[in-house]
Design a protein around this ligand. Structure first.
Ligand SMILES: [Zn+2]
Length: 140
């Protein structure tokens, strides 16, 4: 985190935290790097290999959750309405901070929208100047 003027920062700033980014969907999540033995930069297709390299204690840390998911795979009807609602809301909770950050800065355009807006303005201004070239008789 550093102060800046139009994205030009002055000084070193201070560490605000760490993010982990999903290479498939681009989701950023806050992360505690001390939980991981190492970071895998390349693509690993075998999730068990990835767990052994990066987070060997994952199955202990998430034992309750993994046990619950195995139980639900075997007997999906055993989910209570409250559990179902909690599970359905989990992905929304994960992306909530990114959605809020995106729409908090509502003047931010993506590239395509910006080009569309610029094109509309240019066409409007161009038509205005073209209309000045064709002066006819003034009418009431
Ligand atoms: Zn993802």
């Amino acid at each position: 985190m550093a102060g800046h003027i139009y994205y030009l920062s002055f000084g070193e700033g201070k560490l605000a935290g760490y993010l982990i980014r999903c290479t498939d969907c681009g989701l950023n999540l806050g992360v505690d790097p001390t939980r991981y033995a190492t970071a895998e930069k390349g693509r690993v297709n075998d999730v068990e290999v990835l767990i052994q390299k990066t987070f060997p204690g994952l199955k202990i840390a998430y034992a309750d959750r993994l046990r619950l998911e195995e139980q639900l795979k075997r007997t999906p009807a055993a989910v209570t309405p409250e559990q179902r609602q909690t599970f359905l809301m989990e992905p929304f909770g994960l992306v909530n901070h990114q959605v809020e950050a995106r729409y908090a800065n509502s003047s931010q355009f993506d590239k395509l929208s910006g080009l569309g807006c610029l094109g509309t303005l240019l066409v409007g201004v161009g038509l205005f100047f073209v209309s000045l070239a064709f002066k006819g008789r003034t009418q009431d």
